[in-house]
Write a new protein. Structure first.
Length: 116
């Protein structure tokens, strides 16, 4: 069993930055692909970014490409999402997720609110 705990969300003005963190329990984290997803009010949960276990392959949604950067520190069991040039449409609850084959482990989410 892996537990994921996100932090780093908050209220920021448009154009600002935030860095989200996701700390995982258990050594299995280092073998899992991990990802960030988000859900805005009244909308479906959507993919934001994913990263493989070795930090060598990263994918981004078109809406965040060039503004967000995903990374991980396997020694610290931590996943990050650096978010720059934030827009009001980035407002959502952000979740980290991971697992051995599919995203079966999810955190509780952290709220990101971007004011215009």
């Amino acid at each position: 069993q892996v537990q994921l705990v996100e932090s780093g969300g908050g209220l920021v003005q448009a154009g600002g930055s935030l860095r989200l963190s996701c700390v995982a329990s258990g050594r299995a984290f280092t073998r899992y692909a991990m990802g960030w997803f988000r859900q805005a009010p009244g909308k479906e949960r959507e993919f934001v970014s994913t990263i493989n276990w070795s930090n060598s392959n990263r994918n981004y949604a078109d809406s965040v490409k060039g503004r967000f950067t995903i990374s991980r520190d396997n020694a610290q069991n931590t996943l990050y999402l650096q978010m720059n040039s934030l827009k009001p449409e980035d407002t959502a609850v952000y979740y980290c997720a991971g697992g051995p084959v599919s995203y079966i482990y999810w955190g509780q989410g952290t709220q990101v609110t971007v004011s215009s």
